[in-house]
Design a protein around this ligand. Structure first.
Ligand code: GUN
Length: 279
């Protein structure tokens, strides 16, 4: 039987309705600042989508564009300025940054109370101890999609493919805190196929089109595809072989229209949370 399609766009719209309601109760609108360094085409699209969503929800939205050859000091100065700006509740520095910039050093300049991306060492540390402050947006959105699927995580095997600070690591922590037994796989893992075959929940976050073969998916599994890859024809595609996986999974997220819209909705949710904590 074909899998249920987990519609991230529809779920994001529901989340946005709740967020709009919370915005209406604030004395002044939430302020979100996005810093974009360089000309990466995919990053530009993501940043534009975040800006559109913020505007639609009535947020104050600031975008700071810096050239690809901006010095690390210039990026740090921009982050520090936003950190001190009382009209800004949340700061997101779009990744990846150009190679000459030390990403962690930049992230460390985002004040913890404005870390709506959940990327700082403080946010990661608090999450690892089970007392989250701001949870990274893609993992948070993925958990909402898993909840929509209605399958029980407690006691189940979950595999996370990818170990980035922004997706894989926080994702594994959230799954473990929801009582799943979690395996984290990465580019050096010896038996990816075996790990996927054992998993009732598969979260693919590597950025490699079709890496997860449809035939590996266990019958009845829930598949969350975080990948956003462009084919040679310019089409967006995920990390999972969608058609083949859909024949075996109970539920699966499409690309586009799955995790992507939920990532943006969770960024808006974190920003409204930051604004509520301010007032
Ligand atoms: N680039 C791709 N996804 C993300 C994200 O969630 N946060 C940031 N800061 N950059 C990204």
């Amino acid at each position: 039987m074909a899998a249920r399609i987990l519609d991230g766009k529809a779920l994001a719209e529901q989340c946005n309705a709740e967020i709009a309601e919370r915005v209406s109760r604030l004395a002044r609108p939430p302020g979100l600042a996005v810093v974009l360094v360089g000309e990466d085409a995919a990053s530009k699209v993501y940043v534009r989508n975040k800006g559109r969503s913020a505007a639609k929800l009535g947020f104050v939205h600031r975008q700071v564009d810096l050239p690809a050859d901006a010095s690390e000091a210039a990026v740090l100065a921009a982050v520090d300025e936003l950190g001190a700006d009382p009209s800004i509740d949340g700061i997101l520095v779009q990744l990846p940054l150009p190679r000459h910039i030390n990403t962690q050093r930049v992230m460390d300049h985002i004040p913890a109370h404005k870390d709506v991306d959940g990327i700082t060492a403080t946010s990661a540390g608090l999450l690892s101890q089970g007392r989250p402050s701001f949870v990274a947006c893609t993992p948070q959105g993925s958990m909402r999609l898993i909840a929509l699927a209605g399958a029980t995580l407690t006691g189940a095997n979950a595999v996370v493919i990818g170990r980035s600070n922004i997706v894989g690591r926080p994702m594994a922590m959230l799954l473990e805190q929801a009582n799943a037994t979690v395996t984290v796989c990465h580019s050096r893992s010896r038996d990816l196929a075996g790990a996927v075959q054992r998993a009732e929940f598969v979260i693919a976050a590597v950025g490699q089109a079709g890496l997860v073969r449809g035939e590996w998916i266990r019958e009845g599994a829930v598949v969350i595809d975080v990948g956003m890859n462009r084919t040679a024809e310019g089409k967006l595609t995920g990390d999972v072989e969608y058609e083949a996986a859909s024949q075996r999974a109970a539920a699966i997220t499409p690309v586009p229209g799955g995790v992507g819209p939920m990532t943006i909705a969770m960024l808006m949710q974190n920003t409204v949370l930051a604004a509520e904590r301010r007032s």
